[in-house]
Design a protein around this ligand. Structure first.
Ligand code: THU
Length: 141
């Protein structure tokens, strides 16, 4: 099946693999302040990239898992991100704490607009339009 922008939907196997990669990498999160470990995995056209949240004693300098994974994909030259999986391994089941924060939604809107967004514990993938219906737009967007 194809997506709205003509890309190919993720297969069940790709979804499983992406969620597995996000869950595995969450073990490497650096979250000594919140004790809330997050892993993310991004599927591009060339490869899969992972990221974790990395906190800092100067709290506002921390970065989320989703943005660290997306930055890796951008650095590798990916032009299209097909999927993003997010694993908040310390969140309780069904909690809204498993969903991406506002800043990460804005990054997904700009850098991965057609990605399937897979949230650990949820069956159906999200689209950015559902998570961020009124994004900030400026310049080229
Ligand atoms: N965090 C993420 O990594 N992704 C999100 O979308 C929300 C929050 C991280 C930031 C911080 O290190 C910890 O989770 C608690 O907020």
């Amino acid at each position: 099946m194809n997506t709205i922008d003509g890309g190919k939907s993720l297969s069940g196997e790709e979804r499983t693999q992406l969620l597995r990669a996000a869950t595995a990498v969450a073990e490497n999160a650096y979250a000594p302040y919140s004790n809330f470990r997050v892993g993310a995995a991004v599927l591009g056209e060339l490869a899969t990239y992972t990221g974790v949240n990395v906190e800092n004693a100067s709290y506002s300098l921390g970065i989320c898992a989703e943005r660290s994974a997306i930055a890796m994909a951008v650095a590798a030259g990916e032009k299209k991100i097909r999927g993003i999986a997010i694993a908040c391994v310390d969140a309780s089941k069904d909690s809204a704490a498993r969903l991406p924060c506002g800043a990460c939604r804005q990054w997904i809107y700009e850098l991965a607009p057609s990605a399937e967004i897979l949230v650990g514990g949820d069956d159906a993938p999200f689209r950015i339009e559902e998570l961020l219906p009124t994004p900030f737009k400026f310049g080229k967007k």
